[in-house]
Design a protein around this ligand. Structure first.
Ligand code: ACO
Length: 357
């Protein structure tokens, strides 16, 4: 069967940097609490008028550049924060990247969106529907975060990461291994934006202002995140025929440094084999895993031949894991290098979280 092979990679974070000091200036929190409970020191946040598609276009452009070709015949966008409730954001991203009239769809699996996107993209390739897929994970997550909710405002941030996947052989470097996915809708209430969908539509009775914001029951979610990422990672290793000792790098969703540490400890992946950028970028939801890969590869932390275990967990609940033997890639741009992100004049501010710098 044809495999999906990683042929390009790109990441992007918006330039506006928000430090813990910026947050402590307006929230009842402290640098010590944020660092010790989450591992986050700073995060990048969109400027007023910048939307998810703007981040996705920049990351997608960088991934295409690194692949050495500007084409793809499908675009899959994993996001929690589409530009609009309708239509999907993917067609706009495809058009702005000059991909032409290609297949384009959004995937809604919150922080696991990139893993779900890998499975969907690999399926498009295996079925012969596409030869090259541009898969983007992007979230302007702060646009749905209540800036006054200290339980989430210190954690979530914005960014995008993208891979180009081409048709290839299962045993070649870069081939995406078996993707294991799962969900648990009985716990959907742990992570939710209550209003704005068909359950509590925007039309008719106006929702309570707080219902438009993202809510997370952090303490309960924590346990699920650890259990699910550990179990699904073990399943993915078995499906790939790898032992945990074979894993050169663990690239897990950057939800919380303590969660990452516990998952890695339970799996038996030693500290020097764990990739992490949560300290600098926070939790960027659907962008988290590809942004981590892009940053690690740009900094030389991920090199050709390494065996990489990817895993993610998030709202739904939904989770996933897969394996990749890292390929040789073209030149990579550091995700924090400025891009062509252009806020649209006259748009409503995306968030009241602002850097004081
Ligand atoms: N500053 C200071 N105190 C705070 C803050 C803050 N920013 N936020 C919460 N607190 C307080 C709470 O009010 C609570 O006070 P209390 O004991 O008086 O009630 C206390 O700190 C402890 O709160 P907990 O929620 O128990 O803190 P915890 O150590 O669990 O950390 C966190 C909270 C960081 C949210 C953690 O629970 C977590 O990371 N959960 C999992 C997140 C996750 O994996 N989400 C899924 C992926 S994301 C997605 O899908 C979109």
């Amino acid at each position: 069967m044809r495999a999906a092979v990683i042929a390009g990679l790109g990441g992007y974070v918006p330039p506006n940097l928000v430090t813990n000091a910026d947050l402590t200036a307006r929230l009842d929190t402290s640098d010590e609490w944020i660092r010790s409970r989450t591992g986050i020191a700073s995060r990048h946040v969109v400027s007023p008028g910048t939307a998810t598609s703007d981040l996705a276009v920049e990351a997608g452009r960088r991934a295409l550049e690194s692949s050495g070709a500007s084409e793809a015949d499908a675009l899959v966008l994993a996001t929690t924060t589409p530009d609009h409730p309708c239509p999907a954001t993917a067609p706009d991203v495809a058009a702005r990247l000059g991909l032409g009239p290609v297949a384009a769809l959004d995937i809604s699996a919150v922080c696991s969106g990139f893993l779900y996107g890998l499975a969907v993209s690999a399926g498009l390739i295996a079925a012969g529907t596409a030869e090259r897929v541009l898969l983007v994970g992007a979230d302007a997550f702060t646009t749905i975060v209540d800036p006054e909710d200290r339980g989430v405002a210190v954690i979530f941030a914005d960014g995008a990461g993208a891979v180009v996947l081409r048709a290839g052989e299962p045993d070649e470097p870069g081939a995406v291994g078996p993707v294991v996915l799962g969900s648990d809708g009985e716990h959907r209430h742990l992570i939710q934006v209550p209003a704005g969908g068909s359950r509590q539509p925007s039309a008719g009775v106006a929702p309570a202002p707080g219902d438009r914001f993202f809510r997370m029951r952090g303490r309960e979610t924590y346990r699920h995140a650890v259990d699910r990422m550990t179990a699904v990672s073990r399943d993915a290793l078995v499906r790939a025929g790898w032992q945990v000792e074979d894993v050169d790098r663990l690239a897990a969703h950057q939800a919380n440094a303590r969660i990452l540490g516990t998952v890695a400890d339970e799996l038996g992946v030693p500290p020097e084999r764990r990739l992490s950028n949560i300290e600098q970028v926070g939790n960027t939801a659907a962008a988290s895993v590809p942004l981590l890969l892009a940053q690690a590869a740009a900094e030389g932390e991920l090199t050709e031949g390494m065996r990489v275990l990817l895993t993610a967990f998030g709202g739904g609940l939904a989770w996933g894991a897969t394996t990749v033997r890292w390929p040789r890639l073209g030149p990579l741009t550091a995700p924090d290098r400025p891009g062509a992100e252009v806020p649209v004049p006259g748009m409503r501010p995306a968030s009241s979280i602002r850097s004081t710098r």
